[in-house]
Design a protein around this ligand. Structure first.
Ligand code: ADP
Ligand code: MG
Length: 236
């Protein structure tokens, strides 16, 4: 495997077995490599396995079978604590619903990943403020999430995802709750981070006009990859 491969999954399957319900094969043999500096959009109909795939790549969940190598390390069979450590050190997450802590100011939300990584208080504050400024919300640092618009909250969530310098950022429908203007703003920010800082981004979207900001589109159907191709679309 080349040094520049960040994510390599081989023949991943995920089967959900719930008492009293039919078993669901959410992933059925997915193999993908993602290299440093890529910007990949995952598309596909509802129920096709996109979130299941993201949760496994994001170390929030484990596959039923298959292999997952992250930055050259086999992480297929880590326990929950080991996954949490690695997630905290190497990955950044952005969710559709922002998932900011409600009674916590914007800047404290951004400081959280650094708190877990035991960064000192002064450096935490400095880096969090810098990340907020980079996302254009530096002047919102003291506000609570419910005092901010959806677009502002998502930009704070992006600042939080970036603040530990992750090797990979994962975003599951990051524009799903935003209006068109804010959606384009968020996607332009991902694209600029990818173009200018070489940030590796893996995102799920069902909106083709958002997927065009990515440089590669992987399509899922029934738990399988049905196409994987570069975009010819937008420039940032
Ligand atoms: P997508 O994100 O593409 O909409 P998901 O990965 O969420 O798809 O779901 C894929 C399939 O797995 C669906 O049939 C869904 O109902 C099922 N599924 C997802 N999560 C669970 C779960 N925790 N328990 C049982 N079935 C699940
Ligand atoms: Mg989903």
């Amino acid at each position: 495997m080349s040094d520049s491969v960040i994510v390599s999954v081989k023949n991943l399957t995920k089967i959900y077995e719930t008492e009293g319900a039919p078993r669901v094969t959410a992933l059925n043999g997915v193999s993908i490599n993602i290299s440093l500096g890529e910007f990949v959009a995952v598309m596909g109909p509802s129920g096709s396995g996109k979130s299941t795939f993201m949760n496994i790549v994001g170390l929030l969940d484990q596959a039923t079978s298959g292999e997952y190598w992250l930055e050259g390390k086999n992480v297929s069979r880590l326990n929950a604590d080991e996954r949490a450590d690695l997630r905290c050190q190497r990955l950044g997450f952005i969710f559709q619903a922002y998932n900011l802590l409600a009674r916590t100011s914007a800047i404290e939300n951004v400081e959280l990943p650094m708190l877990y990584a035991r960064v000192g208080a002064v450096e935490r504050r400095r880096a969090a403020q810098a990340a907020l400024e980079q996302m254009g919300v530096g002047d919102q640092a003291q506000k609570l999430p419910n005092q901010l618009s959806g677009g502002q909250q998502q930009r704070i969530a992006i600042a939080r995802a970036l603040v530990n310098s992750p090797s990979l950022v994962l975003a599951d429908e990051p524009t799903g709750a935003l209006d068109s203007k804010n959606s384009h703003d968020v996607m332009q920010r991902f694209r600029a981070l990818n173009d200018e800082r070489g940030l590796t981004v893996l995102l799920v979207t069902h909106d083709p006009s958002m997927a065009l900001y990515a440089k590669r589109i992987v399509r899922f159907e029934d738990g399988q990859v049905i196409s994987d191709a570069p975009t010819t679309g937008v420039s940032a």
